[in-house]
Design a protein around this ligand. Structure first.
Ligand SMILES: C=CC1=C(C)c2cc3[nH]c(cc4nc(cc5[nH]c(cc1n2)c(C)c5CCC(=O)O)C(CCC(=O)O)=C4C)c(C)c3C=C
Ligand SMILES: [Fe+2]
Length: 475
């Protein structure tokens, strides 16, 4: 599918990365809400500055599976109707006048090997990825520079092995086009926008396009089934910062779908893919179903209240229940992959579990990437190459891997249903400006922070002990 032909998808105009840095800085790098008040039970996550978002979040969460069971729920402006498997949008007078936008949020990935280091810089400069204590926040950028430079060679090898860049942009554009088509088939004409967190097209660009198009109602759909502070949380924080600064955007009714791993359509689509791949083994009933999720540092879950692990475990439970309903009773395991840096990450680790399973005599294994809905470096390189090799060396003889959902029709249809269900609960996201944000707008304070931060980073960079420590952890 040609992304350029997709009218709702954002244009590919390139913003220089240096502008992005400036942009982020202007909008403030302070943590705002990933609110604690939703039914996801997220507590104590940074500072909460938006009651409005908390409300929106709670409402849009209700517009998920709860409402499926009770279609007469809270939706006000439009009605979602439920057939066997279908939801259609019946527009009311107000909704018919609305110009509806759907903003797909995703991580982004380097398009070329040349992009790898600046992409990594953007990632590590995110205070939701490297969570420094408040006192040390001024080190965020120098540290990001250091880590991105040290890690870039290893990352480049990975991207080189999968064709010289990330497929994320292309796949996300295709998903956007497919979602637009699915919503139109359900009587809801929409513009679909793609906003990436760390690479083009950046979320900031997508939002500018939404403004230019004079969208009057927006559904925000992060392409992560489970919520994590480091993914959906980080993307929502960026959005809030942009929306707060702008008169039009701060009044725009928005509904954010924070997590959707529990949706019937998603669970069914995953079960379908697993069932299909199991069928390719000679003895399907003997295959170990091996879920591999992207990890997060343990502190996110245990100190910051990230619901990621709980949601992941519930997601696996739901998928396994669905398989059992179909008479599939295989053993299964969940492990976490892709750890980075010198901190403890969620366990068990994928590489260690693969070795243990091989040693225990497991002969057939089906790997299932579960935290992301597109193929990307961690499926195509880490799982398909590194983990496969490790598994075969460890005694596993028959290896299979479930493909990512990408544009699987039943999955896209379910995303369309999620959008329709969320639409009526859209509320303005506006929130008062956080006073502590003023710091970031003060050029003198900013210059002082950067000056001392750069000196410290320079010292760290040329300290042999520091270089060794990073090499050991990052390579
Ligand atoms: C739900 C998915 C993801 C979570 C949670 C997540 C957390 C997280 N990631 C890093 C560090 C890196 N991630 C990188 C790539 C990457 N991460 C995800 C998803 C999640 N990350 C995806 C889909 C991708 C691939 C993008 C692509 O180009 O295909 C990378 C860069 C690649 C590499 O060098 O390995 C890093 C680094 C941290 C630190 C973190 C939680 C704190
Ligand atoms: Fe990641």
């Amino acid at each position: 599918m040609d992304a350029a032909s997709c009218s709702g998808v954002l244009s590919r105009a390139k913003l220089p990365v240096s502008n992005l840095h400036k942009f982020n800085q202007t909008l403030g790098s302070y943590i705002v809400s990933v609110s604690c008040q939703s039914s996801e039970g997220l507590n104590n996550v940074n500072r909460v500055s938006s009651q409005a978002l908390a409300y929106t979040v709670r409402e849009s969460y209700l517009c998920g599976p709860v409402q499926r069971r009770n279609p007469a729920g809270i939706c006000a402006a439009g009605v979602a109707t439920y057939g066997e498997n279908a939801v259609e949008y019946e527009s009311h007078a107000q909704a018919a006048e609305d110009k509806v936008g759907v903003l797909l949020l995703n991580l982004g990935g380097p398009d070329t090997l040349h992009d790898v280091q600046p992409f990594l810089f953007n990632l590590f400069a995110d205070p939701d990825i490297i969570r420094l204590p408040r006192l040390f926040r001024f080190l965020q950028w120098p540290l990001a520079k250091l880590i991105s430079v040290v890690r870039a060679p290893k990352s480049k090898e990975g991207y080189a092995a999968i064709g010289g860049g990330s497929p994320l942009r292309k796949i996300t554009d295709e998903q956007a086009q497919a979602l637009k088509t699915a919503l139109e088939a359900k009587n809801l004409p929409v513009n679909v926008y793609v906003g990436m967190r760390y690479w083009y097209p950046f979320t900031e660009e997508a939002v500018q396009q939404i403004k230019r198009d004079r969208i009057t109602r927006l559904v925000v759909l992060p392409l992560y089934p489970q919520f994590s502070i480091s993914t959906t949380g980080s993307s929502i924080r960026v959005l809030q910062n942009i929306f707060r600064e702008d008169a039009y955007l701060s009044r725009l009714p928005v509904s954010i779908i924070r997590s959707w791993y529990q949706r019937e359509g998603y669970i069914n689509s995953m079960a379908d893919l697993i069932q299909k791949e199991l069928g390719k083994f000679q003895k399907p009933e003997e295959v170990m179903i091996f879920f591999s999720a992207h990890g997060v540092p343990v502190s996110y879950v245990e100190k910051a209240g990230d619901p990621y692990r709980d949601q992941m475990e519930e997601c696996i439970y739901l998928i396994m229940q669905r398989l059992k309903d179909r008479g599939i009773n295989n053993d299964h395991t969940l492990a976490y992959q892709s750890r980075v840096g010198p901190v403890k990450w969620l366990k068990p680790y994928t590489d260690e579990v693969l070795v243990e399973l091989g040693q225990k005599g497991v002969k057939s294994l089906l790997a299932i990437p579960v935290s992301f809905v597109s193929e990307h470096i961690e499926t195509l390189e880490e799982i398909d190459m590194e983990y496969k090799e490790l598994a075969l060396e460890s005694g596993i003889e028959n290896w299979g891997r479930v493909p990512a959902l990408n544009c699987t029709p039943s999955f896209i249809t379910d995303l369309a249903d999620a959008v329709i269900e969320a639409l009526p609960s859209a509320l303005a996201m506006s929130a008062p400006k956080n006073i502590s944000q003023e710091d970031d707008h003060n050029p003198v304070r900013y210059a002082i922070k950067m000056f001392f931060g750069s000196i410290l980073a320079f010292v760290l960079f040329f300290s042999p002990r520091m270089i060794n420590a990073f090499r050991n952890q990052l390579f």
